[in-house]
Each structure stands twice: as structure tokens, then as C-alpha cells.
Design a protein around this ligand. Sequence first.
Ligand code: SF4
Ligand code: SF4
Length: 82
Amino acid sequence: MSQKCRARSDIIYLGGDDMKRKANVNTELCVACGSCVKVCPRSAISVPDGVFAVVDSALCVGCGKCAKECPASIIEIGGDIK
Ligand code: SF4
Ligand code: SF4
């Protein structure tokens, strides 16, 4: 709780304040293939503008399925953020 946020300018979050164990997308490397969207059991990740994937942290449970599916391997599951 006492640690400050890291610089994460290339990562987009939507909704929720709890950043523990959430999927983090490197938006600069995302190719918007949509593979992560198809496997998410919570419908927490989407490609709303067709440019890069966005995670709704209020819905994400950090299961890692999207990270395993991503062909570019640019999704990380944060375990110690915040
Ligand atoms: S970690 Fe799981 S719940 Fe979160 S966006 Fe990826 S597939 Fe969905
Ligand atoms: S699977 Fe990876 S490259 Fe494809 S949309 Fe999701 S985050 Fe982007």
C-alpha cells in the first residue's frame, strides 16, 4: 500500500482501483488480433478501437489465459502492482 505506482505509460487500465493480479497489455506491441478476447472467461479484455487490447481491471481476475494465448506474448499478469 505504501509503494508508489510505477511508471506504466504503455499500459492501459479501465475501471477499478485494485491493480493486483491483473492483465497488463503492452499496447505499443499489441497487434489487435483479438485472440485474448476469445479466451477470457470474464469478458474483461477487448479491442474496442481495433488498435490495441484494453483490460477492464474491475472484471479481470488475473487467470492468465489471455497471456498464454497472446501470439505476441505482450500480456503480463501483475502480481505486485499497488
Ligand atoms: S487475466 Fe484472465 S480474466 Fe484477466 S483479462 Fe486475461 S483472461 Fe481475462
Ligand atoms: S492476443 Fe495479444 S496481440 Fe492479440 S489483441 Fe490480445 S494483447 Fe493484442
